[in-house]
Every structure is written in structure tokens, then in C-alpha cells.
Design a protein around this ligand. Sequence first.
Ligand SMILES: [Zn+2]
Length: 269
Amino acid sequence: MILDADAAHNQLLAALPDPDRRRWLGLLEPVELKLGQVLCEPACAPAHVYFPTTAIVSLLHVLSDGGSSEVAMVGCEGVVGICSFMGGDSTPRRTVVRSAGRGFRIKTHMMKDEFERCTAVKHLVLKYTQALMTQMFQTAVCNRHHSVDQRLCRSLLHSLDRLRGSELKTTHDLLAQMLGVRRSGVTVAMLKLQAAGVIRSLPGHTTVLDRRGLEQRSCECHAVVKREYDRLMPQRIATPQGFSWGGGSVCAAAWERDVHDKDRLAATV
Ligand SMILES: [Zn+2]
């Protein structure tokens, strides 16, 4: 059984009006999302729409020669599969899990019904779509004008915004695919960050040790996108006393709440 507080680990689900969210608990299915798992191929109509909680999903554009580049990422702030209810049914993009974790999914036809009949759902996902489009446009500019080092920092910062904690479960291969560069280019950039004490990179895991250091080495693109998400997206979180509105990312707030709950439980043992 899905608990209301579990669903609220996704920012969009948390922001649904209470009666709608409670009704959705019967429609949502919890899912484990594995690293590299393909959720939808280009030109295919997805069977499900996904609401990540701890996983991060990449939206990739793939060329006919197999080359690819990430145009946006989606984590606990959003939803994967907007084409399903925007009327287009499919896109030329591939959606791939770039950081393993959990989430929820809902059948596409159910999501379409909710989008068409529920004004609150419609307003919420349209505002989210505007934020997502900003991320796509900024990524396009970034890929053309900024260095691999800067783009890697931008990408790691976007990931960090969607994680509870500072550990990213991904590989250099996958990061190279996201940035549209050779694996060796990512490895060299990662080694520079590791030598500067900004990250610690092990096979399949990267831990960010110094967020400020990443911000200083990134281009402007992360800050531009983050400002737009903060402006457009509702900031509603689940607390032990119920739901409340607050600033900052819901992922970070949920993480802090989990730590607080663990401390509280430890103190009572
Ligand atoms: Zn940039």
C-alpha cells in the first residue's frame, strides 16, 4: 500500500490538492528504476508516466549514427512522459535512468484522464512543462558554447538538486552519453574535479564533496535553470504534522526530514 507521505517525495505529487493526491494513491504503482534502464524509445508511445522520487531519468536525443546528447533530466521535482498527455503521444527522445532509485508510475490512459478532467493537475503539469522547456533550451545553448568541464559541473549540480544526499549512482560511460562526448573526455574532467577535492569518483558511484567548488567551476546554465524551477514549481513538503509549504527543493527537504526522523528514532531507542 502506498502511503501519502511516500508519494509526497515527488514534488508534483506533493503539490496535488489533498483529495486528488489521496485518489491517486490507488492509481500509482511503486517502481525500482535501474541504472541504464530504458523507459521509452524514440517514436514509441509510453505505456506509463513516471514520477521519480530518488531516481533521476535522462531525456536523450539520439542521432541516426547512434550518437546522443541529454536535453534534460527529471528527478523528484517532475514527471517523465509529458508527451502522453500533451496530445503528441510520442517524441523523438529516448528516456533512460541516469541514477538508480525509486519512483511511481501511472498508466498513460489514467494520466490522460486526470489531465483532462482535473484543473489542478493541468495547471501543475503545464507549469512543470514550462520549467522543463527552460532546462532543454539552456542545455542546447550550453552544449554549443561551454566546455566539457563546465558542462560536467552543470550536469552534476542538476543531479545534486534531485538527490537526497550527495552520492550519484552512475558511470563515466553514461555521463559521456549524456554530455555527447567521448568517455575519455569525461574521465579527464572527473579526474580534475577529484584532484581539486570537489568529488570522489569510484566505479559506479560519484560523491560530491564540495558543492560550492562545483558551482564555481560550472557555467551560468545551472543557476539559470534552477531559478526558473524555483520560480515555477510549488514547494510543498510532507512533515510529521502534515503538509506544509516551504522554500528550497522538496528533495532536500524530504532528505532533511528523513535524517531528523532517524535522529528522533535513535534518541528514543
Ligand atoms: Zn552552460
